[in-house]
Design a protein around this ligand. Structure first.
Ligand code: AMP
Length: 191
């Protein structure tokens, strides 16, 4: 079972690359952002709880996200593996994920980290805000806050996997297919 963390700041291209990876390798896409947006659309209790955190560009509490991930993993027992997109976003989530996987006889195989500079990120998020319909993409303060939160709370997650020798950086600026080819090369190595 392959378990890959696709890592990177907001706007790095995780969603785009995830879609290509799941198609080629027949993996399950586990995007906590997408799962949360679905809850919000459906107006569930969890969605209502998450809304204000998301709108302000803050992180949803760890317990909420972890429960959602656990449920998703357990509903795909026969999967070839998972791509974690936008998760883990805190060291506590990474630790919890390790425990969760260990209990199920699995572990994280690799972290692929899309590296994109700040200037490019802000430009991409602003552009995405014009079409995505996402409330958190549509305002420069929220975008800036998401990048700030990323640096303070999420970036340490990269070190967590570096210490386990599972970190692999990928240049996230360039053509989508070129970036995907590099990603594929690393996935082929662990298959
Ligand atoms: P994303 O689609 O991954 O950019 O996520 C959109 C928003 O959902 C984030 O800005 C957070 O508010 C929330 N979110 C998504 N994943 C997580 C996570 N793993 N932990 C906490 N909050 C999350």
């Amino acid at each position: 079972m392959i378990n890959i963390v696709l890592f990177g700041p907001p706007g790095a291209g995780k969603g785009t690359q995830s879609r290509k990876i799941i198609e080629k390798y027949e993996l399950i896409h586990l995007s906590t952002g997408e799962l949360l947006r679905k809850h919000m659309e459906e107006g569930t209790y969890m969605g209502k709880l998450a809304q204000k955190f998301i709108d302000e560009g803050n992180l949803v509490p760890d317990e909420v996200v972890i429960k959602m991930v656990e449920f998703k993993i357990d509903s795909h027992k026969d999967a070839n593996g998972f791509i974690y997109d936008g998760f883990p976003r805190t060291v506590a989530q990474a630790e919890e994920l390790d425990v969760m996987l260990k209990m199920r006889g699995m572990e994280i195989s690799l972290m692929l980290a899309l590296e994109v500079d700040d200037k490019e990120l802000r430009a991409r998020l602003k552009l995405r805000g014009e079409t995505s319909g996402r409330t958190d993409d549509q305002n420069i303060q929220r975008i800036n806050n998401r990048i700030k939160v990323y640096k303070a709370k999420t970036l340490p997650v990269a070190d967590y996997y570096r210490r386990q020798s599972k970190y692999q950086g990928i240049n996230g600026v360039g053509y989508v297919d070129g970036i995907f080819n590099e990603i594929s090369m690393f996935i082929d190595l662990i298959k």
